[in-house]
Design a binder for this molecule. Sequence first.
Ligand code: LLP
Length: 419
Amino acid sequence: MDHFNRRNGVLHAEDVSIAAIAQAVGTPFYVYSTATLERHAQVLKAALADLPRVHIAFAIKANPNLAVLGVLARQGYGADVVSGGELKRALAAGMKPEDIVFSGVGKTRAELQLGLDEGIGQFNLELEEEGEVLADLAHAQGKSAPAVLRVNPDVDAGTHAKISTGKAENKFGVAIDRAPAIFDRLAQRPGMNLRGVAIHIGSQLKTLAPLEAAYTRVGELVAQLRAAGHTITHVDLGGGLGVPYEPDDQVSSAEDFGAMVKRVTADWDVTLMFEPGRFICGNAGVLVTEVIWVKPAAGHPYVIVDAAMNDLARPALYDAYHAFEAVEPTGEKFVANIAGPVCETGDTFAMGREIDVVKSGDLGVFRTAGAYGATMASTYNSRALVPEVLVSGDRFAVVADRIQPETIMGAERVPEWVR
Ligand code: LLP
């Protein structure tokens, strides 16, 4: 459920007309709904409320905007971060250091040190050597680093190959059968408080079966580690819950997810940690764009919009589907291709899709763009960096400026030998 609805035919974000925002801000831009973010944060919390001890860390890679993080911090969410930059954002947004989980397969020594200096809640270790370095850094300061070991359960998440993370050949975690030996060695090191395990098998999972299979393997591992004498207090179950993108997409509900987790983890007696990203913010955002031209072509006409692959990379990267709607539709439909102005054939949002009839100057939106949208934007083709707007009730605010090419050029230097 989201709070993008039509009033008198015009698409609104909560109580604000998207046409009115476009007039004030110009296009393209992202707009997020506070009420939708809050709703998803609450739905997931409610679905997990039956579990004894729960920690939810929003995977801020999905939408790191400070205002969005602020909304989620007020819902009691912590942050799952994967870089020093994300760690700084989480703190800047008011998330408590102890509620921050540091994931990521390539944390540098400087990033590990930053996490220690800030006193974050947990490091999710991706390999033995990382644990050794972290333990040494912590020990040198008389600290003990709270950590869990990420395991790779070799489960097929059934999602796009580029966002699957839990297969043996993926770069993430340590092979689950090697985990007990690595755990034995790392747990003994001074400076290391190794307290559990973590997994994350992939993103945009539409069904629960792969998650259940992975969690079941983790349950077996926890029992094995305890039998070997280890104290296991925390298990991080990662993120991955999918959202509907296409009209007939069926995805499992938060309630079903909560019930499955409760059943599978019934005798674990640990703090369960979660790292949802897309589920929280996916349909809390849309990308608003203006039609530049409708161009006749050999097949279907091309609707050329002023948003492009640099603003929303998902269709070009993963062949992802984002529904397109006119902000003020006439009720008529036609079959068209939708593409951006970037000079690549891959800069295509849809081919041969039945959409609202639009003409030059009309506004349209790409739905379900609140996750992995603005955060993956670039300035390719020297386009401005797309701005972000947050709506709450009848208010809206620009929460990220449009960064103009002049600003980007301002950071470039031409050495005297080319002048
Ligand atoms: N935890 C870890 C360790 C992760 O790597 C990720 C996502 C998450 C949590 C959050 O997953 P979520 O709940 O959002 O599925 N750019 C891609 C998605 C990449 C996901 C990367 N990792 C896309 O646009 O589909």
